[in-house]
Unconditional design. Sequence first.
Length: 379
Amino acid sequence: MSSFHAYPRTTGFTLVEIMVGMVIGMLGIIIMMQVFSQAEGTKRATTSGGDTTSTGAIAIYGLQRDIRAAGYGASDAKILGCDLQLRAGVTMNVLAPVTINHGSIPAGDANTDTLLVVYGNVNGSPQGDGISSQGATARYTMQTPTAFAASDRVIAIAKVRPAPCSLILDSVASIGTPSAQDVNVTTGVASISGGYVFNMGQSPKVIAYAVRGGNLTMCKWVDIDLSSAPPHTDNGKDCTSAGLVSDATVWVPIANNVVSMRAQYAKDSNAPMDGLIDTFDQTALASACAVAKVQAIRLALVVRAANLERTTVTASAPTWEGTSTTTLTGAPTNPTSVPINLTSTTVPAGYSWQNYRYRVFQTIVPIRNVSWLGAQTGC
């Protein structure tokens, strides 16, 4: 008698079932990768936005601080527009609280502007202190000698403005010798009895700003070392040399990824001046009155995100209100936004400036030490 053996049924997946499972799994992976990609893109955009906001806010705050202080101790038309010898062999042409694209400062990156800011640090008269008499070339008998101290940096000018006007940033050697009214200086200027002495304090600032290599940089043209023996040494850098623009010890980076700085003078264009801003432009300052009529600076910084994107994320160039316009007198008109050219910014090969995100920081900064003097005589 034969016996029948029943074998258990074999279980498992068919080829169709395996393929369906693989398709479902692949769809799941694709969806997860898309979600991850979107989340990562949002994170990058958020992080980049935070970085650009922080960088731009800090950078423009520093510039605002210096521009607001500009002209402190040197804002009177008696000395504005003069050439000023900062130290032996180093002369700054056209003294002004703020100069846009000063002729002695090498240009920054393409399509950017430079700024030169000048101010003192002492509580002296903004219109200078009168010279009663002059016992010797380096000795001034002052109307208010108590306004000066040893090692103060001063600028002396005759009552009748010289032509051409060339001045010296001198240093006070001593006070009260031989007369209590006497202020003795290191060099001195001959024949200026009846003139004026402007006190810039012991640590005046002459600072140049420029965008170089995609960073906001600064160069201290005057840098007084107060720890040195009086008269304190001036360790200022050579801000005028085109060969030193890449030297980080001369042009010190203070803010990364700043790819453009644009600026305009906000001027009182009336004659005589009335203290109100009428126009914005970059016209060179060629006279004392031209300098005195600059009441504020319109300023814009463009900050680039650090992250490079694989696709175009900036469709068009960022803009600023960089056009001339009547604002406070006559019929007010709205300023027209103009694009900021970023085509020359440095980017990796195969990409363009549009593969980055940007943020523009724009403001109008009053030059308070000029405005407080009001309408200056003869302007």
